[in-house]
Design a protein around this ligand. Structure first.
Ligand code: PMV
Length: 369
């Protein structure tokens, strides 16, 4: 059994300490994140085949409000769940399965009546990972409720580590969202505390030029993807290039960490784009292979390469598992890059849709009683 899993199973609180009717309310605002080194493929129990690095976004967040009440009997969790004030049967089912799964770490859930409301600051169809911000917010709320119910406290490091561990079990990339700035998920021999079970903050090693980096999200195609990320992860299990991918990701992470620490925006861009193209290359070469890029995606990527060559500006792209392009660049060249986006890239976006975001400072507890 893994170390943290063992620890959190041993740390569980006794439900006989709960009082029927004990109730409260917590609210957490948690960001989505954009991966620079991609998590693609898993080992059993929601662990990654390779380490990944991301930064949390500032404006693309989920606010999760949870009203809780201890039931008289321990006869299972009751969940009421609304997304944007509407019932969402599919997501509610995913959340209920998740809560039942994590109840082995948080047994109080078996005596809970929860009313959960989830609101995203970004449109669902924009291709921003709402599962990362949602499971991040939910895990933070659950750790917060545990403290309120049992009157326990933890320092910030331990609180975030447990939240990250629990968020990971809902969506792997969510493990990184509980931290502001830059996060690493996955074990690396050179990084203390790094683990496949939980993400850690690496903002401390990051050069200031990257701490307010910009991410303009160019929405080429809104709506849901033909192949979900879960299916994509599964296709890595028998992928002929899986072994080479693991080696490449570990090398890329080493280069990225060097670029981040010395402030080398060109080296950063090189690794960033290699990761994005590799991710889509792995999709193309899966069995069955599939294509998530659209013609507009390719047009945008080519124009970014030309702009960089002509201006020498360190602008670079990354792609998630979808058609939309994230354009990453230093804050200092924002004006120039925004003009380029308006003149050259906007025409390839669905209804000219662009979301300007940047590195964010992480989750916030927005209200608690
Ligand atoms: O966390 P998941 O299962 O939604 O997978 C995320 C996969 C990518 O977004 C493509 C990469 C990543 O590391 O976020």
């Amino acid at each position: 059994m893994n170390t943290l899993q063992k620890k959190y199973l041993a740390d569980t609180r006794n439900n006989s300490d709960l009082k029927s009717g004990q109730s409260g309310h917590v609210e957490w605002n948690c960001p989505s994140n954009i991966a620079l080194i991609k998590y693609w493929g898993k080992k059993p129990f929601q662990q990654p085949i390779n380490p990944s690095v991301s930064f949390s976004l500032m404006h693309s967040t989920t606010v999760m409000t949870v009203d809780y009440e201890v039931k008289e009997k321990e006869d299972g969790l009751v969940l009421e769940f609304l997304v944007e004030d509407q019932p969402n049967v599919l997501f509610a089912e995913r959340v209920l399965n998740y809560l039942n799964h994590v109840s082995k770490y948080l047994p109080f859930l078996n005596r809970m009546h929860l009313k959960v409301k989830s609101v995203n600051s970004f449109p669902h169809s924009a291709g921003i990972a709402s599962s990362a911000s949602s499971f991040g917010a939910l895990a933070l709320a659950l750790c917060n409720i545990e403290q309120l119910l049992f009157g326990t406290t933890a320092d910030e490091h331990d609180f975030l580590r447990k939240s990250s561990f629990l968020a990971r079990l809902g969506s792997g990339s969510a493990s990184r969202s509980v931290y502001g700035g830059y996060a690493l998920w996955g074990h690396l021999a050179d990084v203390d505390g790094s683990s496949d079970e939980t993400a850690v903050s690496i903002s401390g090693i990051v050069h200031p030029v990257f701490l307010n980096y910009r991410d303009s999200i160019l929405v080429v195609k809104s709506g849901s993807k033909a192949i979900s990320s879960s299916d994509g992860h599964r296709l890595m299990e028998h992928h002929p290039f899986a072994g080479a991918r693991i080696i490449q990701a570990n090398k890329n992470i080493e280069i990225l960490l060097r670029a981040l620490s010395v402030g080398d925006t060109y080296l950063f861009t090189e690794v960033l784009e290699n990761e994005a193209l590799t991710l889509h290359g792995l999709m193309l070469s899966s069995n069955p292979g599939y294509i998530l890029m659209q013609p507009g995606t390719i047009e945008i990527l080519n124009k970014i390469l030309i702009f960089r060559k002509e201006t020498g500006n360190p602008v670079g792209f990354t792609l998630d598992a979808g058609a939309n392009v994230h354009l990453l660049y230093p804050a200092a060249i924002e004006t120039e890059v925004r003009i380029f986006i308006e003149n050259e890239l906007k025409k390839h976006c669905e209804n000219g849709w662009i979301i300007h975001d940047e590195v964010g400072s992480g989750p916030k507890e927005t209200k608690a009683q």
